[in-house]
Design a protein around this ligand. Sequence first.
Ligand SMILES: O=C(O)c1ccc[n+]([C@@H]2O[C@H](COP(=O)([O-])O)[C@@H](O)[C@H]2O)c1
Ligand SMILES: Cc1cc2nc[nH]c2cc1C
Length: 335
Amino acid sequence: MSFDSLDALRALLADMPGPDGDAMAGAADRNGQLTKPPGALGRLEDLAQWYAGWRGNPRPSIDAPQVIVFAGNHGVAARGVSAFPPEVTVQMVANFEQGGAAINQLARTFGARMDVVPLDLDTPTADFTEGPAMTEAGVVAALRAGWDAVAEEADVLVVGEMGIGNTTSAAAIATRLFGGDAGDWTGRGTGVEGDALALKTQVVADGLAAHGSATDGLDILMRMGGRELAGMAGAIARARSLCIPVVMDGFICTAAAACLEKTQEGALDHVVAGHQSAEAAHGHMLEALGKEPLLSLGLRLGEGTGAALAIGVLKGAIACHSGMATFAEAGVADG
Ligand SMILES: O=C(O)c1ccc[n+]([C@@H]2O[C@H](COP(=O)([O-])O)[C@@H](O)[C@H]2O)c1
Ligand SMILES: Cc1cc2nc[nH]c2cc1C
């Protein structure tokens, strides 16, 4: 199963599997018998039942988390929208490959395999204030790179990114998908402020003016996104086809995911928000998608770091759900 055009991906998105109702009901039944007051594990209980539904197993385990970090370069970076130069993208890819980045430590800590997918770093996308960032063939190639990077045996997926300039791209996507002005969605990224932040906001506004006729989420992704955003979107779609639950990361990851939801409603039902980033508009984007973040630790790094931390929360939820004794097994009096 794969696709060679955006229309073919749209057709796949319209025909994706849903959660297994029997597994969810079985998990709810088990949850009601575990040795704790009803509801005392709070959101962990909902998470476990959600996870059980997607895995088709009322008593699942998490043994094979996968983290994929996509990297891309952006033509719009030449406009001075980032606090860092574009060379940092390829330099950080080398750092990922050598195990020196934050995401390497967190993936290891939470028992995840980690894959790095650099996407044509020598050829930045086109400046989206002047025309589409990518051709259809270009965005489809990046979506497919994401699709193909998902391990079939993974039982939870985190997608993260690295790309100097990509918060400008994500802000433009968010404004176009959710409405409002460029200023509502444009934030500091790697640390721009003052005049530089005003310039960045103007660049987002210029991009919106250039792409007023965009049709759906995938069209917006092609016009204003980047290859690493498309890679994340392709991986999230592939995970859905394999019933692999996804933990979403920060501002850029959420913008990429939102392109799927705005193409096919419900496309993110297998996705949970790992954290709320310190990028100011991330919380608004999560609200607009109806996703409540699991963590809020002030992170604004990207790479999949917030989501990787949330693998720990999900693992904890599943460990309790599948490992706890029932009242009957433990001989504990229920209420
Ligand atoms: O994940 C986030 O919410 C997040 C917020 C701000 C910045 N980033 C990271 O910073 C880079 C983009 O920032 P910028 O200023 O170059 O647009 C990119 O590599 C992202 O991974 C990530
Ligand atoms: C050093 C650095 C590391 C990053 N990781 C994700 N985005 C990043 C941006 C910078 C600048």
